[in-house]
Write a protein that binds this ligand. Sequence first.
Ligand SMILES: Nc1ncnc2c1ncn2[C@@H]1O[C@H](COP(=O)(O)OP(=O)(O)OP(=O)(O)O)[C@@H](O)[C@H]1O
Ligand SMILES: [Mg+2]
Length: 393
Amino acid sequence: MILTNNSTYPIGLDISDLSIKLVQLNKVRDKITIQALGKLSLPKNTINKGEIINKPELIKAIRKIVSSPAFGKTSSKEVVACLPESKTFIKSIEVQKSPNALIDIIGSEIEKHVPLSKSEIYYDWQVIKETTEKYFILIGAAPKEIVDQYTAMLDEAKLSPVALEIEPTAIARSLLKEEAPNLKPLISGTKNKPEIGINYGLIDIGADHTCMIFYSNNTILFTVSMPISGGEVTAKISKALALTKEQAEKAKIICGMDETKANGVIKEILADTVKNLVEKIKEAIQYYENYFCEHGALNQILLSGGGANITNLVKIIGQELPVEVRLADTLTNLNEDQARFNKFFTEKHVLDIKTPKLDSKCEEKSLSIKQNTSAAYATAIGLALRGIFIDEY
Ligand SMILES: Nc1ncnc2c1ncn2[C@@H]1O[C@H](COP(=O)(O)OP(=O)(O)OP(=O)(O)O)[C@@H](O)[C@H]1O
Ligand SMILES: [Mg+2]
């Protein structure tokens, strides 16, 4: 018999419109470490707004990343994948207590909160709080059509989907210590709940969409979509400076909101987008304060996703809000040494300034940046942690 320490935990697979990210974790003697990690860009129109358009291309990419990730080796056919954020629903609702079973009460309420009929969705729920008259419940729902599409695709890729998750659940699991089983109650709303007491706003800025998650007392309260995406920002720079998409992408990553880079020309282009984002965050906080005041003030905002790396974004948002704003630590629930992964998380970008509108703004011949991309792995790490955390209950 061969004894190995290979992980038997499912692979976390974050499938987005433009990329796939994979993380497989292992747990040995209470230490959670990364066994495999990788990222692969998807050709345009493989997936569009979460709908699989080119299934053979997607399967090819998934098989490639599973068989040869950038770091390590995978050792399971089981996967936990996420459903496209734009297609899923997560919401906290209140329902009156009645002699009927809770499952029946929710069944009759769900259609009021989801724009699809009950027969068209799969849904799940969790009690957040209970009073003498009411239940406060978090519901998550996804169209059957999308769930079935992703399940069939993963089956065809010769993988075994053990769960398809709603993305905010995975993001919270990756970024918050409160999600680790030793701090989390078995059933939300029960008395053994530790009151860590920090109320969070988690903002994941992706290539295609951005979502803000409000989290308090060990549960997601609600999510709000935000008016910024990496793709839109790149398109804006490309249009304003007549750059190719590739040049605009590099200009965005290298300069961001840094006024010392390219004389602040990129910062100027991004200013409106960032201003709108800040406004929307303020509105979302206002909503939180109006409807969830018993949880107390929002204490901390954590930014994740590739777009969280926009130079100076954390600082600018922090200056505009009376809340502490930080770059999220996607390794917070792992026992990993960041340094071991520097090589895999570090990306270098170089932009030759021989472009019509930029070269007049720069004294240098080229601009470059090295950045740590671990913030983009929030969802994939959260998905991979699911198997480990559930195993510990
Ligand atoms: N330093 C940076 N400054 C600005 N944008 C950045 C930086 N680094 C990465 N990005 C952007 O982050 C985006 C990719 O982020 P991420 O990998 O989280 O998205 P995704 O998960 O593929 O998309 P989504 O979650 O929207 O489906 C790209 O638009 C990329 O340009
Ligand atoms: Mg993402």
